[in-house]
Write a new protein. Sequence first.
Length: 150
Amino acid sequence: MKALLEKIQQKVSEIAELKHIDENWGQLDYYSPNMPVQYPCALIDVQQVQFTNLGKDITKKPLQRQIGTVQIKITVANMRLTNSSMQAPRRQKEEVWAIWGIIEKIHQQLHGVSLLPNVSPLIRTSQNRTLRDDGLQEYEVYYSCEVQNI
């Protein structure tokens, strides 16, 4: 899983608008004067892995081999300090809506891409909004893939 996370982080780091890319360890809920992230950010996490058995391979350790169906969550967040009402200046609206461009760029970098030889292409499966009361705009984008012969 570590190699997969590193490859995802590498691909997402090609997006110039992102100021912080890291594994998600709860940084967005870490309320401190020294915030552990800069915005906009993308936080990557293995949300869930379900395993099925392939059978035995006496040349490998462990002998019993598996396929893992991996669900990866990418949390995209930005500090939102202004509104996007019809009366708002155009530039202000574009700043507020910038997160949608970042989400699309992440999708272009990851969807359908196979990052490692034993990993199927990443496929976007869903997207959720997290409503927060602290001024952060937060979306979770989920991708899945299969890791074979592990």
